[in-house]
Write a protein that binds this ligand. Structure first.
Ligand code: NAD
Ligand code: IPM
Ligand code: MN
Length: 360
């Protein structure tokens, strides 16, 4: 069997709670299926590490991660550290530098759960959000001058490159092509943003020529929020900039039911660097330590990781277990249930055993 070495970076808040649950589930899956072995190595980066060492990650962060097949990440951010310090200290110190340029965020409604969107049926929301993950509004360029003066000035420079746009556009067209409906919506704001996002439109039109079987259209991001709410079933694959898709992915997750199930893959499609998998949500200060964080987003992220590593069968197995547990009504409060992180985790583990017994 294949052996996989995974860097586990739980970091902060509920990230710690959901990553340990996911490790338990994946280790169980590996034992039950017997087709792969997996070893998680705990990496202690996060706010505690920062308080002790003055930095969020070790100096050899990228080489450390390159020593693994993939990373499973929780969430970074703590109430007593400014968010831009924690985020640029850890997560954003990995995504860009490792060139994990494709952030893939599937959104759908699990059996037994109902969309938050009024009037929508479960089948109406089945989207694949593709987020540019290495440049744009997150390029990190900018600065502040005249600090504390009345004319204090700050810039936040978005950087868009042909290489950066073209590679994510190609990725999105390919992703759309693999889905049954083969629809792609390119989200921009190329009315007010007259440089970078006009380039997005231009490159979308160029790349589309290589995908004649993909039906594509363009939306301005403001109108896109309306369409997601009023005509969800008209959408399938969606691609957009780093910031636009950050926002739309939280909206999408909430419309479908809860941010608590939304997974994400930070991929290097060239496979030069190991990809990173994480729930879309953050540290959730309001529920940290209460034991009620929904672990499904991280379980689903782990399934995406197994698929990426070359274990699509195991990934599918895990997804089926998640669906069955949701269908049985065993959910955390964000999905309307009264179960706990541990309750859902134990139920998923039981379901994995049950599926295996049924197959044997
Ligand atoms: P958040 O995602 O942490 O929380 C938003 C809301 O969703 C909260 O009400 C929270 O309770 C709920 N929620 C989130 N995950 C949940 C889960 N698994 N189960 C049930 N409910 C869940 O967003 P925020 O409050 O804006 O951010 C809190 C901190 O997390 C900040 O420091 C922020 O910078 C950081 N953050 C980190 C990441 C990341 O590391 N990937 C992502 C987003 C936010
Ligand atoms: C996400 C998060 C991050 C982002 C933050 C925490 C830097 O919101 O992964 O969606 O903005 O990309
Ligand atoms: Mn976000």
């Amino acid at each position: 069997p294949h052996h996989y070495r995974i860097a586990s970076i739980p970091a902060d808040g509920i990230g710690i709670e959901v990553v340990s649950a996911a490790i338990e589930v994946v280790e169980k899956l590996s034992k039950v299926l017997g087709v792969f072995t997996i070893e998680f190595t705990h990496i202690p980066w996060g706010t505690e590490y920062y308080k002790q060492n003055g930095r969020y990650v070790s100096a050899d962060v990228l080489d450390t991660l390159r020593g693994y097949d993939a990373s499973l990440f929780g969430s970074v951010g703590a109430p007593d550290v400014p968010d831009h310090i924690s985020l640029w200290g850890l997560l954003l110190a990995i995504r860009g530098p490792l060139q994990l340029y494709a952030n893939v965020r599937p959104v759908r409604v699990f059996p037994g759960t109902t969309p938050y969107l009024r009037g929508a049926e479960a089948k109406d929301i089945d989207w694949l959000l593709v987020r540019e993950n290495s440049e744009g509004e997150y390029a990190g360029h900018g600065g502040t001058s005249h600090i504390d003066q009345p004319w204090e000035t700050a810039t936040e420079v978005a950087i868009f490159t042909r290489v950066g746009i073209e590679r994510i556009m190609r990725f999105a067209f390919e992703a759309a092509q693999r889905r049954p409906r083969k629809l792609l919506t390119v989200v921009t704001k190329s009315n007010s943003m007259r440089n970078g996002l006009v380039l997005w439109d231009k490159i979308a039109a160029e790349v589309s020529k290589d995908f004649p079987d993909v039906k594509w259209d363009k939306m301005l991001v403001d109108a896109m929020t309306i369409r997601m709410v009023t005509n969800p079933k008209s959408l399938d694959t969606i691609v957009g900039t780093n910031l636009h898709m950050d926002i739309l992915s939280d909206l999408a997750a909430a419309l479908a039911g809860s941010i608590g199930i939304a997974p994400s893959s930070n991929l290097d499609p060239t496979r030069k660097n190991p990809s990173l998998f994480e729930p879309v949500h953050g540290s959730a200060f309001d529920i940290t330590g209460k034991g009620i964080a929904n672990p499904i987003a991280t379980f689903w992220s782990a399934a995406e990781m197994l698929d990426w590593l070359g274990e699509p069968g195991a990934a599918k197995y895990l997804i089926t277990a998640l669906e069955n547990v949701c269908a049985a009504g065993i959910t955390t409060p964000d999905l309307g249930g009264n179960s706990t992180t541990k309750g859902v985790t134990d139920a998923v583990i039981k379901e994995i055993e049950k599926l295996h017994a049924a197959a044997a």
